[in-house]
Design a protein around this ligand. Structure first.
Ligand SMILES: Nc1ncnc2c1ncn2[C@@H]1O[C@H](COP(=O)(O)OP(=O)(O)OP(=O)(O)O)[C@@H](O)[C@H]1O
Ligand SMILES: [Mg+2]
Length: 249
């Protein structure tokens, strides 16, 4: 094969994979109505969006706009009243429950506002616990250390949560989420309990993880600072997407 032919083959392969690799998340006309007693709350009124692979994406909107509702539906923790969600190209409404649990365990990491790390375990033990839950039987210590190094906590691996700052505790939670090398990390207000400069560090870390590790990150926030870090911002208002921006391609 000539050089030209081989580079054309490569180009074709790249173009084909761009066509055949589905976006990490696809949401199609999702509605979610909560029935509370006799009243109905329309939390999502027909949301359609697509999150490409390996980006930091933000779901931005004020309190009550539907961010958590949408993240729960995307993460398979809740079901839409109407509409479809595709994760890595799989229609999750058509999956058996066990299959969805398995997909979540293998391919999705979760990070919460309140960190939710175990106080009696050290940083590295917290990460190892996640690997154990995910079914890893070997190399847990090594994998946990690598995850802590990615988030810059290598030297703090043996510290317990109370010896760590809020930002460091959130990094432990992020290391835990990425230790299994998921394809998607879902984070609900991960900077909500942090001061603004620590929040900034966490957003920069998320962007770094998306770019360097190729893990797609979808975070909900109302923090305007996210505009400086996210590749894509979905502005949510009153249960609908109001605007999609790409502030930092
Ligand atoms: N379990 C529930 N039962 C009834 N209504 C709910 C439930 N969860 C959320 N809602 C309503 O759905 C709407 C969207 O709520 P959601 O929690 O998704 O907003 P949010 O954007 O995450 O807000 P915040 O920024 O305060 O976390 C709100 O009007 C809320 O009151
Ligand atoms: Mg919320």
């Amino acid at each position: 094969m000539s050089d030209q032919e081989s580079s054309e083959t490569k180009l074709t392969a790249v173009a084909e994979s761009a066509v055949t690799t589905p976006p990490t998340v696809e949401v199609k006309n999702v509605k979610r109505i909560y029935e509370v007693g006799a009243s109905r709350v329309m939390a999502l009124r027909g949301v359609t969006l697509s999150v490409p692979n390996g980006v930091l994406a933000a779901l931005k909107g004020r309190s009550g706009s539907g961010k958590t509702t949408l993240l729960n539906i995307i993460g398979g923790l809740d079901k839409p009243t109407e509409g479809e969600v595709f994760l890595f190209g799989h229609k999750i409404s058509e999956m058996a429950n066990e299959e969805l649990i398995e997909l979540r365990r293998k391919k999705i990491g979760f990070v919460f506002q309140s960190f939710a790390i175990m106080p009696m375990f050290s940083a590295v033990e917290n990460v190892e616990l996640m690997l154990r839950i995910a079914g890893y039987t070997e190399n847990r210590r090594q994998l946990a250390m690598r995850a802590l190094e990615i988030v810059g906590l290598g030297p703090w691996a043996h510290h317990r949560p109370w010896e760590l700052s809020g930002g460091q505790q959130q990094r432990v939670a992020i290391a835990r989420a990425l230790s299994t090398h998921p394809e998607l990390i879902i984070a609900d207000e991960p900077t909500g309990e942090l001061d603004s400069s620590t929040g900034r560090q966490i957003m920069a870390l998320f962007r770094y993880i998306a770019v360097k590790e190729g893990i797609t990150i979808l975070m909900a926030t109302h923090d305007p600072m996210v505009e400086e870090y996210a590749h894509i911002v979905f502005e949510l208002g009153d249960g609908q997407i109001k605007e999609v921006r790409m502030p930092n391609p």
